[in-house]
Design a protein around this ligand. Structure first.
Ligand code: FAD
Length: 308
């Protein structure tokens, strides 16, 4: 066990986590960010961020994430690239177990964000990376000149289809409803795009192929008709779920699994705060995640100064 007790431990190195770290260290607190993958969180899944203020010519998420980490490190924030596997949050000194050891901190900011939703069909896990994916901008280049489909009808699904249309031979958008839920800006893009066909009222009912995906069966929800669609790749873009499995039975979660916390980011446990996509809130975006990070760090500082 590392004997050092940090003032603030931040779980998750996305925009909420690194903004919390920046504000914590600038307030004179020692701060450790624990991140299991790469700085930037979900931002790393997109190459075009056009609505984060200050980047008139767009910015890719990986660059922005790295910049956020460096900005916090400049004032002394540390990062452990490890996965948190267990937490003990009720005592005044909180214990965080990771794949690398155990860390202690007087306050914890949970910024574990959200992750892609699965279709829940048989063999989905086994085919991930073998034709099934969740991030078109990360993996799309593997399907250059090939036939792909995207499942979903919201902004992310349409953005994925548009991105893939620039690389692939054909793109089929499979949506379970009869209209898309995407914003007008994406629908305009669809009107101009070539090589994208849309199957409305349809859902993927099974994966085809043994070692790797060779296609899917698509069921029409209105007629019940089932058809085989030969494919090289399938991207599933049907929404996100909060990453809160670690906190079940520890923090109060809402029905969808989000940590119940208001604008002050306070959870049901004193000294534990929730920032970013992981908490109950109306808009999950980078600007709202960074705003939460700042508020959570200020709240942690206020909690610590009230103790002393
Ligand atoms: P996340 O970004 O989800 O970061 C959470 C971090 O916690 C992750 O790095 C994860 O690895 C880590 N983590 C989770 N569990 C553990 C654990 N047990 N141990 C250690 N680390 C853990 N928003 C915009 O404003 N503009 C856009 O253009 C935009 N485009 C997007 C495009 C895509 C494809 C996606 C997926 C999202 C996009 N978003 C966009 C949404 C935006 O990325 C999120 O709202 C934002 O990243 C949320 O930040 P966060 O810090 O709360 O969580």
């Amino acid at each position: 066990m590392d004997e050092k007790i940090f003032d603030v431990a931040v779980i998750g190195g996305g925009p909420a986590g690194y903004t919390a770290a920046l504000y914590a260290v600038r307030a004179g607190l020692s701060c450790l960010v624990i991140e299991r993958l790469a700085a930037g969180g979900q931002m790393c899944e997109t190459v075009h961020i056009d609505n984060y203020p200050g980047y008139p010519e767009t910015v890719d998420g990986f660059t922005l994430g790295e910049a956020m980490q460096r900005g916090a490190a400049r004032f002394g924030a540390e990062t452990a690239f490890e996965e948190v596997t267990a937490v003990k949050l009720d005592a005044p000194v909180k214990e965080i177990t990771t794949t690398g050891g155990v860390f202690m901190a007087r306050t914890v900011i949970v910024a574990t964000g959200a992750t892609h939703r699965h279709l829940g069909l048989a063999r989905e896990e086994a085919l991930v990376g073998r034709g099934v994916g969740y991030c078109a901008t990360c993996d799309g280049s593997f399907y250059r000149g090939k036939r792909v489909a995207v499942v979903g009808g919201g902004n992310s699904a349409v953005a994925d289809a548009l991105y893939l249309a620039g690389l692939c031979e054909s793109v089929t958008l499979i949506h379970r409803r009869d209209t898309l839920r995407a914003a007008r800006v994406y629908e305009k893009g669809l009107e101009k795009a070539t090589g994208i066909s849309i199957r409305f009222d349809s859902e993927v009912s099974a994966f085809l192929g043994e070692q790797r995906l060779t296609g899917v069966t698509v069921r029409n929800r209105k007629t019940g008709e089932v058809e085989e669609l030969p494919l090289d790749g399938l991207f599933i873009s049907i929404g996100r779920d909060p990453v809160t499995a670690l906190f079940k039975g520890v923090l109060t979660l809402d029905g969808a699994g989000y940590i119940v916390a208001g604008e002050d980011t306070k959870t049901n446990i004193a000294g534990v705060f929730a920032a970013g996509d992981v908490r109950t809130k109306p808009l999950r975006q980078i600007v709202t995640a960074t705003a939460d990070g700042a508020v959570a760090a200020e709240a942690a500082a206020a909690y610590l100064s009230a103790l002393s």
